[in-house]
Design a protein around this ligand. Structure first.
Ligand SMILES: Nc1nc2c(ncn2[C@@H]2O[C@H](COP(=O)(O)OP(=O)(O)OP(=O)(O)O)[C@@H](O)[C@H]2O)c(=O)[nH]1
Ligand SMILES: [Mg+2]
Length: 319
């Protein structure tokens, strides 16, 4: 079965695994109202279930970096496989394979990351929004390592022979999603603090080949940044639940799948066939019902006004 490879990107504790959990949970809910079926397969289902349990039982106050009360980080690479198919007919026509690696690989296994960046059709960058926004962004470099992330792209996005999708997903961003003005500030901070990366992706050579999207995700949805606690090991970002009855309520994560699928649909519509779009075309030509189910899913994810297409609108079917 055809497989589409996507990699998560981000340092330790930034929230990659939690983001992926929210993407699956919310997308599955949206898909259940359509003819598209999304199913986690193999050990992915267990891993997601465990993480979901942890996210649902976060204490009233917890710290997300050098976790105390938070969630334990990953110590090995996990491949999360999601099958896409037609509800009630054939549940496995296409596999989305998300690579989730331990954030410490940014120091220990750079070659591994370089190889994955070369192979993956899409990259999902998890950005700790609290580190970006609090205290004038003082901890942004330390927590989000934007320079290392940029270098990875500079070393791998060279002479691309197939289109790519880059999604910047600010997470832990409940506090910055309360009104239009604070959302605008969040976008502005991303544009400014990832300027080198955006300049690279927007260079003449890459502009027509790489779609770039910013889409904030509240992977827990009910916890707010509270304060920064300085320790010998660095800053700890303390988050607090809104109230003791606040429950797990992720928001915006289905947009990630919406952009990914709209990118695949556009690859099908494109006349020019390059790289993986060949097998997408063969698949959708053979099964137009499946293609339509995917299109319906992208409609069912109501357009989120907090998302922004930075470049490559022509590589996406959504506005
Ligand atoms: N407030 C808040 N905390 C979050 C959110 N998403 C994740 N966290 C917390 O951030 C911490 C780290 O999340 P992980 O998903 O384990 O981070 P990771 O990037 O997978 O970390 P490694 O596996 O070590 O690379 C956990 O304590 C989560 O509870 C969010 O949206 N809001
Ligand atoms: Mg992890």
């Amino acid at each position: 079965m055809p497989e589409i490879k996507i990699t998560m990107l981000g340092p330790s504790s930034v929230g990659k695994t939690s983001l992926l959990t929210a993407v699956y949970e919310q997308s599955k809910d949206v898909a259940s109202e359509t003819k598209l079926q999304l199913t986690a397969i193999g050990e992915s289902a267990d891993l997601l279930q465990n993480r979901l349990k942890e996210l649902k039982t976060l204490p009233a106050t917890f710290s997300s970096i050098k976790a105390e009360g938070g969630i334990t980080g990953s110590d090995k690479v996990s491949m999360f496989r999601f099958n896409l198919g037609k509800r009630g007919k054939n549940s496995s026509l296409l596999t989305l394979q998300f690579l989730d690696y331990p954030g410490k690989y940014h120091e220990q296994k750079k070659e591994y990351l370089t190889q994955q960046m070369t192979e993956c059709v899409a990259v999902l960058i998890a950005i700790d929004a609290a580190a970006l926004m609090e205290e004038g962004g003082k901890w942004h470099e330390y927590v989000n390592i934007p320079q290392q992330i940029t270098e990875l792209f500079e070393n791998t996005y060279i002479n691309l022979n197939s289109p790519r999708l880059v999604i910047l997903a600010p997470i832990k961003c409940e506090k910055y999603m309360q009104d239009r003005e604070s959302i605008r500030k969040l976008h502005k901070a991303i544009q400014e603090n990832y300027r080198n990366l955006l300049n690279h992706l927007g260079s003449e050579e890459l502009l027509t080949k790489v779609a770039v999207v910013i889409t904030p995700v509240q992977t827990v949805g009910s916890v707010f940044f509270s304060r920064i606690h300085l320790t010998e090991d660095g800053p700890q970002f303390v988050f607090r639940k809104l109230n003791s009855a606040a429950t797990y309520n992720p928001k915006g994560s289905e947009q990630v799948l919406r952009y990914l699928l709209s990118f695949l649909l556009k690859c099908y519509d494109e006349r020019r066939l390059w790289g993986f779009s060949q097998f997408i075309r063969t698949l959708f030509n053979k099964d137009t019902e499946f293609k339509d189910a995917i299109r319906h899913f992208t409609f069912a994810c109501i357009s989120d006004s907090s998302s922004e297409v930075v470049q490559g609108q022509l590589l996406l079917t959504v506005e």
